[in-house]
Write a protein that binds this ligand. Structure first.
Ligand code: EPZ
Length: 427
């Protein structure tokens, strides 16, 4: 078993390079299945969810060549339908993109139900609604998603999502890229990773327009061809390091970012008094002592991202006074609060709002990562707390952060990954 050991209380100074976006890389890699040719994907983050996707494609008959640390050649010419390995698929939420890709290419799909972070109820009814609108028959039981289009190819349609869903928007876009006719997706998610997948599909010869707005038009094509494509920088990784500079009272130059993607994060941090300088492809964040309390609600893009809620909560804990953090996306995104309480935070959660009584110092403690962003939040608190903090279950964190320890150590953090015996009771 592995854990992080952190000796906190040190301000961070220096440069941090942001990697490719996990939540763009997963759908781009899996949508190579709908392309059925050789693609070269660049700026791929080295995180376990990405390695899982590449492994799944290989098990399905695809060919993966690692060209360098962040570049892969992915040839899905020989991928067979309905061969996604259940044991791998169930490990992450993004597996459901296999369904859209297989439906678009083969007209049928049989995939294990996705896993991923426990953030409360995470249905896939909007994905199913989209696939059925395109002419597929979809059955979801306790273990699998089975989808088939009797007529062999999907037919375009108009789809209105009842809920703004990143996954459903991307999944239906992938499937519709090879449907017959023009599909209109309304109430679509507008996240940068939705735009990234649309740009990738268009680089392969698809005809997707309107991505980044709430209405996306997909003019289906009968064939797609391979391309070379670079993944956008990870706005959540960037935001996490912005918070690291702020909470430790240091100064970080966070490189390889698209400042526009960070607007809502920068705006709320500046409201707290943090100084943020925006350059073409980097942001410089300088921490300060007396922070202003704020109220915050997480919303679909371009609102404040839900995936930055836990990290922002750590910063809000340092501001004197009462701050409110409302979660507008998931039903149970506050599991991390219990871990922060162990570190001295004074937070009370009622329904989907956390009342944060700030101004109490974080105390070192032994805590665990309960999900990906919850895990990085306790790491941030550990960087602030004077003394030794240990973080277990770090596999959650390593699903979505490329070389977190290396990047933090390079700017002065005393953090290391250590092995420890697994005392889990062997029944
Ligand atoms: C993606 O999850 C991300 N995961 C999440 O990031 C992110 O928090 C989320 O989008 C919102 O931005 C990946 O991209 C792999 P949704 P996804 O569909 O697609 C409800 C991280 O930390 N909903 O936009 O699953 C759903 O329950 C992870 O990197 C339905 O009701 O999120 C939620 O309340 C955590 N029916 C809301 O919509 C559906 O069919 C938004 O979910 C689908 C979703």
């Amino acid at each position: 078993m592995e854990k992080y050991v952190i000796r906190g209380g040190k301000p961070l100074f220096g440069d941090i390079e942001v990697s490719g976006a996990k939540n763009a890389a997963l759908p781009v890699i899996l949508s190579t299945i709908v392309v059925g040719d050789k693609c070269v994907i660049e700026n791929v983050p080295d995180v376990s969810d990405v390695r899982l996707c590449l492994n799944i494609i290989e098990k399905m008959g695809g060919k993966i060549d690692k060209i360098d640390k962040t570049t892969y050649a992915i040839d899905t010419t020989s991928v067979k339908a309905e061969t996604a390995p259940y044991e791998l698929v169930k490990k992450m939420r993004g597996s459901y993109y296999i369904v859209g890709a297989e439906l678009g290419r083969f007209g049928k799909s049989y995939v294990g139900l996705p896993g991923g972070c426990d953030l409360g109820v995470r249905p896939i009814d909007q994905h199913v609604k989209g696939f059925e609108a395109l002419g597929a028959t979809v059955n979801v039981d306790g273990k699998h998603i089975e989808a088939e289009c009797k007529k062999g190819a999907l037919k375009a349609n108009n789809i209105y999502f009842d809920v703004v869903s990143v996954g459903a928007t991307i999944n239906v876009m992938i499937a519709a890229s090879r449907a017959q006719g023009v599909t209109i997706i309304e109430n679509a998610a507008r996240e940068p990773h939705v735009v990234d997948v649309a740009n990738f599909l268009n680089s392969c010869g698809a005809k997707v327009s309107g991505a980044g707005t709430d209405t996306i038009k997909v003019n289906g094509v009968s064939k797609l061809r391979g391309c070379s494509y670079a993944i956008i920088p990870d706005m959540i990784e960037a935001g996490t390091y912005m918070i690291a500079a702020a909470v430790t009272g240091g100064k970080l130059n966070i490189k390889n970012v698209i400042p526009k993607h960070l607007e809502s994060i920068s705006a709320k941090m500046e409201e707290m008094g943090i100084e943020i300088e925006e350059l073409d492809d980097s942001v410089i964040v300088t921490g300060k002592a007396d922070l202003e309390r704020i109220n915050l609600k997480t919303l679909p893009y371009p609102g404040f991202p839900t995936d930055m809620g836990p990290q922002m909560c750590v910063l809000m804990c340092l501001a004197h006074g009462l701050s409110l953090l409302s979660e507008g996306i998931f039903t149970n995104r506050f599991r991390y609060v219990e871990e922060l309480r162990r570190m001295g935070a004074n937070i009370k959660v009622h329904d989907r709002t956390a009342r944060i009584e700030g101004g109490h110092p974080f105390l070192p403690a032994n805590v665990r990562a309960v999900d990906l962003r919850a895990g990085v939040a306790v790491v941030l608190a550990g960087l602030v707390a004077n003394g030794r903090t240990e973080v277990e279950d770090i596999y959650h964190i390593e699903r979505g952060y490329d070389d977190l320890v290396g990047k933090l150590r390079a700017v002065g953090a005393d953090i290391r990954k250590v092995d420890y015996p697994d005392y889990t009771f062997q029944s």
